[in-house]
Structure formats: structure tokens, C-alpha cells
Design a binder for this molecule. Sequence first.
Ligand SMILES: Nc1ncnc2c1ncn2[C@@H]1O[C@H](COP(=O)(O)OP(=O)(O)OP(=O)(O)O)[C@@H](O)[C@H]1O
Length: 344
Amino acid sequence: MSATSANYTPRRANWLASQPQQPTEVDIDPESLDEDLVEEITWDSAPLTYQAPVIETPDSKEIAVAVDGVSMTYRVRSSSEYLKEKNRFSRAVKQVLGSGWAEIPALDEVSFVVNRGESVGVIGTNGSGKSTLMKLLTGKVRPTTGEVYATSTPVMLGVNAALVRTISGRENIKLGCLAMGMTPQQAAEKFDLIVEISGLHDALDMPLKAYSAGMASRLQFAIATAVDPDILLIDEALNTGDAQFRARTKKRLDEVRATAGCVFLVSHSLGTIKQMCTRVIWIEQGRLLADGDPEWVCSQYEEYTGHKSNERMRSAQIVYDRTLLKLSEAQIEFREGTRPTRAG
Ligand SMILES: Nc1ncnc2c1ncn2[C@@H]1O[C@H](COP(=O)(O)OP(=O)(O)OP(=O)(O)O)[C@@H](O)[C@H]1O
């Protein structure tokens, strides 16, 4: 569908007509809450209220990505051992279908809007749904329900720049650029920049199989970001670099951010996230739990994971519930003609 479709009717038009346009606080019946939770929330001085969804009306000049009520359920054929294993971890298998088929919920009604110039950190414990979200953003995988919109095709670092182990770094740069859709001339023009970003001047003629994991991911990063992607997705790629490379990476990410669209960075390293991101999204058990200031979101996450790693599951649940209470859920409305194309 074209971004300028004149006949577009917002998907949620009926719903919007019956809802307030401003966030409104809705009273919760304290009787329905666990006593400890009430105590904790009161102590934290958070209002004992749910916020009604904020209606996000993306500005067509600003918007880079809109994720509108996206849910994702994988359908897998699995052995009973695998299912037992899944049950042991955080996410329960929702429904076991006949003859070994199972549905695994990975994301549940996630909505947010990202504007150009933002650098969004994505955090969450193992299996919470971060990589699934990235896959949906590339448009290569379709959500079960909901929709992902993007103003250009997001580039996933590491997927588009597949490296070949038997040829040199120099040849990999040329091949990687061609694989990402550059002409031979564009690839030649970008060569020096890629070498500079990767910092691999001395290793250019070595075969890739002689590179360490960190060196290979530096090369991958340099190739992927050389195309000046409008929307760049990075999944854990930065964690292998040394301090010098991280500084160079940050510089390059800042440039990408400044020149074009936005960056998504999935990482378990909160230091990296806080250093590189202007906003953080916390996905937990498939739900969007927090979306906002990196310091605040990371501090809630640290408290949550601290409790979990000490097996204080009840306290972890309190942090989860308390954080969720503060989330202003988004509902997305596109004005006529302002909707970007569907990702993919
Ligand atoms: N291809 C797949 N088929 C079936 N289930 C999957 C598939 N990919 C992910 N899942 C399941 O979906 C859920 C979310 O997984 P996902 O990889 O998105 O989590 P994650 O937050 O990226 O985890 P991690 O931090 O460990 O990389 C998990 O329960 C996982 O087992």
C-alpha cells in the first residue's frame, strides 16, 4: 500500500471514535490486587491507576517505524522433550496441538512509534521476544496479528552482510557491498570508509577464517553501516568489540542517526545500551513492559533481573507489575495519507 494512499481508513477508526484522545487515569480496584503489591506500589508513590492508551498520531515527516498491535506466535513441530524444556523456562507453551505441533507465543500486542533520529535500545531476559521483534521489523517474517510499518526497509546488521570465511577481508568488503545492492563503483567508493570503521587495516589480506570473532563482527558492522541505512537493526553485534572499536562504533552510529533514520540495538549489555541509546524498550514475556528514558528503564530491569537471579520471584513479579503500571500504552492512528508502507 502506498504511503500516500488517499482512501486509507485507519484500522482502529471505530475504536478511536469511542475513546478519549488524551491519556486518562482509570481507577483500579485495590481489592483485586495482591496486598504486597499494593504496599510496594504505594511505597514507590506510583499512582494506583492504569493509564488509558495514548493515541499516537505519527507525523509523516518524523516517523521511521510504527509497530501497531503486533503479536507473534510460532507454530512448531516439537518433540515432547523440547516442550518440557520450554515449560521449564519463562514462557509456557500456550497450546499443544495434535501430533506434536505446538504454538509458542513470542510477542503479545506490542505497539510503539519510533521517529527519525532516535536510537532505540531493546532489552529483555532470554526468550522475551527481542529477536522476534527485530525479524518482524525487517518485514521478512509476518506478524500473526497487527502490522509493522516502516518508511524504508530496515537493514539487519549481520544478515545482509554475510561473510565468506575462505576469502580475505578485502574481498569480503567488495562482496558484502555488492550483496547489499551497491554497484561496483559504489562499492569502490565505500572501501576506504569501511576499512576505517572496521579498523582492520593490517588484516585486510588475511582470510576471514584467521580473524577472531571480534574482528569478524567489526568487519560485518563496517560493511552493514556503509550503505547508510535509513533504519538499522543491530542484534547483539557490538558486544564482541574491544574498547577502541566500541568508541568507533558509537561514532558511526551517531553519524547514521544524524544523517538518516533510526537505529535499534538489541543487547544484554546495559552499559552499551545506556551509552548508545536515546530511548529504551523493555520486552518481557512477549509484552512491552517499559518504553522511555534509558537510565530509568535499565534501573527497573536491573532490579527485576537482580530479584530473578536470586530466585526472589515474587519480588521480581512486583517490579514487573509496577513497571507495567507506569507504561502509557500506545494506540496508533494514521491520518489519511500519512501511513508508511508495510515492512517487507
Ligand atoms: N523460529 C522459532 N520457532 C519457534 N519458536 C521460536 C522461534 N524463534 C523464537 N522462538 C521462541 O519465541 C520466544 C522469543 O524468542 P526470541 O528469540 O525472540 O527471544 P530473545 O528475547 O531474542 O531471546 P535471547 O535474549 O535469548 O536472544 C522464545 O520462547 C523462543 O523459544
